[in-house]
Structures are given as C-alpha cells and as structure tokens.
Design a protein around this ligand. Structure first.
Ligand SMILES: Nc1ncnc2c1ncn2[C@@H]1O[C@H](COP(=O)(O)OP(=O)(O)OP(=O)(O)O)[C@@H](O)[C@H]1O
Length: 220
C-alpha cells in the first residue's frame, strides 16, 4: 500500500503536506511524532476514514482495519457481544485463533461484563482483541499501548510478533521509543512537510530521535 503527496487540513489549518510512503507488507512499521503532529490524521487517511486535501493512496487488494486511540461505546454491551461483532465479520471462523486471542489477553473472565464498567487497561485489552479478531490483513493501531501495564505491554508485543508471523502487516503509532525499537522493522517520523522513513536501526539513533521528536537528549 503506497501513498503520495498527501496533505491534510482541518478547516484550512494545515496538519501536513507532501507526504510519501509505503506500508511494507508483512512488517511492523511504527509511526513516531510529537503530540499533535498528525499521526492519527495520517492513519485516518490511510484507513479511508478522512479524505486528504491533496494526494492519493493506492490500495492493493488487502483488507484493512483501523483501531482508534480512544474507543467508546455509549450503550450497554458485554465484552462477548463486542468481540462477536469482530468474529462474525470473518467468513470462516477460526475457533482456535479466537481461543488463543481470548486466552493470551486473559479476557475469559471479562466476557460477561459491561464494557463500560471495565478499567482503562481492561477496555484496551478488549479493543486490541477486537482488532486482532477482524478479518483484516493490515492493522493500523493508534497508540495500542494506551493504559496497558507492563505485563500487558509484553503480551501485546508477543501477539504482534505472532500475527506478523501469520502474515499480517502493521502500522502502529507509539510514544514509547524502546518499545518501537523492539517491535519495528521500519520507522516513520512525521513532520509537517516530510515523512522520514527507513529501517529501525538506521532511524532510531539519538540524533534523529532528538531532531524529529523535539527533545534535547535521549538515551537509547
Ligand atoms: N477533528 C479535528 N478538528 C480540528 N482539528 C483537529 C481535529 N483532529 C485533529 N486536529 C488537529 O490536527 C492536529 C493533528 O492531530 P492528530 O490527532 O492527528 O495528532 P497526533 O500526532 O495523533 O497527536 P497525539 O500524539 O497527541 O495523539 C492537531 O493540531 C489537532 O489539534
């Protein structure tokens, strides 16, 4: 999946322009950038949920799912009911896979609970399961570590690697550079005028982290 010359505005205020890039198949790409730099906006455009001002995205025939940074359901819904929505989108159910996701994310004891009454981290585990259970080859996950404690961050890492091995492609946005270093094949730094792309070893250097994430010093 490739995109070229992407520009995004909100009410005539530019977020970024002239971005080019490619989501490489069967790899993990991590999008980094300061707060407000436009990571969510770029993901929304790639997921076809927002129109770019200029530019285009070329989709290959691959299904895509976008998991937002903040997810909310206003009505009563149990965890099981929510996950069923994802599961039933699959033409062929894979019971073993469903079982694996539920057990790795330790959701079984939460299935009958109202999603809205769960803690932030519990809700995030449910939403991650919701994403992994979708019949999508490409997953765009916007700040997937939000609310997760150290244990579940590690579990998320394991799931990410497992799903990559099963042939899935990931674009994730993160603020945790150490996690990015561990999980990513590629890094994207988002700036208002250019998307700096490359492999993780080349791009996650102290100098580039300082330049693109606007910090004075960083120990990596
Ligand atoms: N619906 C909207 N209407 C107007 N402005 C918006 C809207 N959504 C985002 N913006 C603005 O666009 C810019 C980019 O926002 P975006 O959420 O894409 O950034 P981000 O990199 O994902 O930020 P963060 O790291 O804080 O999640 C910000 O200045 C934000 O205020």
């Amino acid at each position: 999946m490739k995109f070229s010359n992407l520009s995004a505005n909100y009410k005539n205020i530019s977020v970024f322009h002239g971005l080019n890039g490619e989501i490489k198949q069967n790899q993990v790409t991590t999008l980094l950038g300061p707060n407000g730099s436009g990571k969510t906006t770029l993901m929304l455009i790639l997921a076809d949920l927002k129109k770019p001002q200029i530019g285009n995205v070329i989709y290959k025939e691959q299904s895509l799912f976008y998991l937002a940074q903040k997810n909310q359901v206003f009505d009563y819904i149990t965890v099981e009911q929510l996950l069923e929505i994802a599961i039933l989108r699959n033409k062929n159910r894979n019971l073993k896979f469903e079982e694996t996701i539920m057990s790795i994310l330790e959701l079984k004891e939460l299935l009958s609970k109202d999603l809205n009454n769960l803690s932030g981290g519990q809700q995030q585990r449910v939403w991650l399961a919701y994403a992994f259970l979708q019949p999508a080859k490409i997953l765009l996950l916007d700040e997937p570590l939000t609310y997760l404690d150290v244990k579940y961050q590690q579990i998320f890492y394991r799931l990410l690697m497992q799903e990559k091995k099963r042939g899935r492609t990931f674009l994730i946005s993160l603020h945790d550079i150490n996690f990015a270093k561990r999980c990513s094949d590629n890094i994207w730094y988002l700036t208002p005028t250019v998307l700096v792309t490359g492999n993780t070893d080349t791009l996650l250097t102290k100098d580039l982290i300082c330049r693109y994430l606007e910090v004075e010093d960083y120990l990596i």
